[in-house]
Design a protein around this ligand. Structure first.
Ligand code: AQP
Length: 338
């Protein structure tokens, strides 16, 4: 009988507490993969509060947004017995490794990052926050502190992953083999959900036009209204492909909430107009989000369970990150390894 070997990967991924709730793009591009992968792999899921400070933030809201995001992830199916769920700032090793990697990173490679260019567009370079510039180094430190092999993310993070691999490779070359080179894990469908207002723009928590976002906590009537108003393409037919960017985006969402392939859904609407399609899509989203929203409400009604899960996660994460940092300190020649 052949012996089947299953090699367990270590995965790391994160989400920023940049709004009161994530949008459906965050769920489709990232969270649903995390829920699937936690059954197979060793998972570290991090609420990256330090990343959220790369854009202006409200101190009075940050802690609560962090907790609400943790409740969202638990309600989506992240199981603290299977995944290490924790808050980035609770593990100080992330910031320490950021500095050590900053000293191997180059200004040129950081200034080529598309997200930096987009988020600093239209501003005088002297007024752009240095944190926004350093964001990919903090992200590299997040992943490398756990020596993760796989990083499940949306398509928008592909370039940051490439930079992370370059930093790990350079570090290994300079100081000896320390970090595995992490691979991005990007699902083919729904890797970049677009705004409902504008199919050329990514649905984004910090978007200047948040009406294009479908929030995970939107009530049914708001979902119905947003889908009704969602922009469509010219023509009348429901088809999936680059010539129909707005409808394809809605089909990606439809597919994620029903589990059916986008083309199969499109075929079912042959000869029907946008109105039928949108009504059914809105109901499919409402049915999908209702159980999630109920569970989220229960968790937020008594946050002690959420806080306990985060405390336990931070403890486990600290153990792993501290051992990586002891090794890194020694490799770079610091006098103390602790
Ligand atoms: N529109 C999207 N479609 C698919 N995946 C997406 N992700 C984000 N937007 C989409 C994925 O969600 C995970 C968490 O995102 P994040 O909080 O780290 O921030 P982000 O990538 O910058 O996403 P946002 O929503 O646009 O947030 P803000 O506005 O705060 O920057 C990531 O895996 C991301 O790929």
């Amino acid at each position: 009988m052949p012996i089947l070997l299953h090699l367990m990967a270590r995965i790391f991924s994160g989400v920023q507490p940049t709004a009161e709730a994530p949008h459906i793009g965050n769920y489709i591009g990232a969270f649903r993969q995390w829920v699937d992968l936690q059954d197979r792999d060793e998972s570290f899921i991090c609420i990256v509060d330090l990343h959220s400070m790369t854009l202006p933030w409200e101190p009075a809201e940050l802690a609560n947004r962090t907790r609400m995001l943790a409740a969202t992830l638990l309600a989506c199916g992240i199981d603290p017995k299977k995944s290490v769920l924790f808050v980035q700032s609770a593990v100080k090793e992330h910031t320490e490794l950021t500095w050590l990697l900053t000293c191997v990173a180059r200004m040129g490679e950081l200034s080529r990052m598309t997200q930096f260019k987009e988020k600093s567009r239209g501003k005088e370079s002297g007024s752009v926050g240095a944190g926004l510039f350093m964001y990919p180094v903090l992200m590299a430190a997040d992943v490398l502190a756990y020596k993760a092999d796989l990083v499940p993310v949306g398509d928008d993070q592909r370039q940051h992953l490439e930079l992370m691999r370059d930093l790990a490779e350079r570090f290994n070359r300079l100081f000896g083999d320390t970090f595995p080179l992490p691979d991005a894990f990007i699902s083919e469908e729904g890797a970049r959900i677009k705004s409902l207002d504008d199919p050329t723009a990514k649905m984004s928590k910090s978007s200047e036009r948040p009406t294009g976002n479908l929030w995970m906590v939107d009530p049914p009537e708001v979902i119905r209204d947003k889908i009704k108003r969602a922009v469509t393409d010219s023509g009348r037919e429901i088809a999936y492909g680059p010539e129909k960017p707005a409808i394809s985006n809605l089909l990606d969402i439809y597919s994620a909430v029903t589990g059916k392939a986008p083309k199969e859904i499109a075929e079912a609407y042959e000869g029907k107009g946008y109105a039928d399609f949108k009504t059914d899509l809105a109901e499919a989203i409402v049915s999908f989000l209702t159980p999630f929203q109920e569970r989220y409400g229960e968790l937020m009604a008594d946050v002690s369970g959420v806080d306990a899960a985060l405390a336990e996660g931070a403890e486990k994460a600290r153990g792993v990150a501290a051992s990586t940092l002891a090794e890194v300190r020694e490799r770079v020649g610091l006098m103390f390894s602790q």
